[in-house]
Unconditional design. Structure first.
Length: 349
């Protein structure tokens, strides 16, 4: 996993070589990076192979978030479908066809004798489970496609946004950028990051946590109430969906003090438990309980590798073109992008 992430970051950095001192749009840059990382590590393919799937998932996400809070009348929605719903169904079918092509390619390699297994990456494990001879362990085609879609989306867009918001904060808070860089150079010198060193990155962990608190990509969780339950003053009936917002707790002065909206990463200096005064529900950017994010460790490692390699090479300043405008499209994204200027470290010396 680490070599594939490093190779993807190197590709991005090579492209940046010609853009030194010029403005770049970080959100778009990280979009390519995170798409490449998830394609390589999870599906054993390249960004280009998954490009259409990412584009269709993007469209589908916009439709879902626009319709999230609209009321539906069950019988009517069976008889009449809105343009959005029809478009969603068309996209779902196209995504399924594309994913199936990738799956088929993997199966064909085994059938043609090119390789003797479906592979050990995530796609390989899924294809294995789809062909499991034991019916009890076998997954359906629908499940296989749904899992691939989840990983394409959950694995890309989240880290994309997180990296972009971190770069914004580091561009504004030059002192923390410098401290983060010093830590990276102390641990890795000018070598590529490695897992042993990544585990020692204390300041970078604080930077990531404070960004996740203020601008965590996933602000809304989804839960279904399975039986009537009293929640504080509310009596929740069975069979309703609720959307708990972690952002409300992440920005609650009761837990975080009067400077709750400020980027103050000192609060994480002694870890998450201390920062939250041992209240697990005060900080849960990756969700809570048995359905919490399965990609958390992956996301943290990817973020730390990308940031380390950037900080080793560049100082980041905010471009005057930047306009702050976060928007929620299932994840929290910078509507107008994040424009920054990168100066190579050597030329500053
Ligand atoms: C900064 C990065 C990320 C954040 C903030 C994040 C956050 C979340 C959150 C809040 C949930 C819902 C948890 C709940 O309902 O309790 C979730 C679920 C999930 N995430 Fe992530 N995630 C990130 C990165 C990733 C990555 C890189 C992957 C895959 C490689 C991934 C895969 C998943 C999957 C498969 C689920 C669904 C789990 C389930 O339903 O059981 N996530 N994530």
């Amino acid at each position: 996993m680490t070599p594939a992430i490093i190779a993807s970051v190197e590709t991005m950095l090579e492209k940046w070589n010609g853009r030194q001192g010029k403005e770049i749009e970080a959100y778009q840059e990280f979009r390519l990076l995170t798409s490449e990382v998830i394609s390589r590590t999870t599906f054993g393919s390249s960004y280009l192979e998954g490009e259409k799937i990412f584009a269709m998932l993007d469209k589908s996400t916009i439709i879902v978030s626009q319709n999230l809070s609209k009321t539906r009348i069950p019988l009517i929605s069976k008889l009449w479908k809105s343009a959005d719903l029809l478009e969603s169904e068309k996209l779902a079918k196209e995504i399924q066809d594309r994913v199936m092509k990738i799956v088929k390619k993997r199966e064909d390699k085994v059938v043609n004798g090119e390789v003797n297994s479906f592979g050990n990456d995530f796609l390989g494990l899924l294809v294995n489970a789809y062909h499991d001879s034991d019916e009890k362990n076998r997954i359906s085609l629908e499940d296989l496609v749904a899992e691939c879609k989840t990983f394409y989306f959950a694995g890309q867009e989240t880290v994309n946004s997180l990296l972009a918001w971190i770069v914004l904060h580091l561009a504004i808070h030059g002192d923390w950028q410098e401290k983060g860089r010093r830590e990276v150079v102390d641990i890795f010198g000018n070598q590529n990051p490695h897992l042993e060193g990544i585990a020692k990155l204390k300041i970078m962990t604080m930077i990531i946590n404070e960004t996740l608190r203020l601008y965590g990509p996933k602000t809304v969780l989804q839960r279904t109430v399975i039986r009537e339950i009293q929640l504080g003053k509310l009596l929740l009936p069975a069979n309703i969906d609720i959307l708990p917002l972690n952002i409300g707790l992440h920005r609650n002065p009761h837990f975080w003090g009067n400077n709750v909206h400020h980027f103050k990463l000192e609060r994480f200096a002694e870890g998450i438990a201390k920062a939250t005064n041992y209240t697990a529900a005060a900080f849960f950017p990756f969700g809570l309980g048995p359905r919490s994010c399965v990609g958390m460790t992956f996301a943290m490692i990817e973020t730390k590798i990308a940031l380390s390699m950037i900080l080793q090479r560049y100082t980041i300043t905010l471009s005057p073109a930047y306009v702050h405008s976060p928007i929620l499209i299932l994840t929290r994204q910078p509507q107008n992008g994040i424009q920054v200027i990168l100066e190579p470290i050597d030329s500053n010396a």
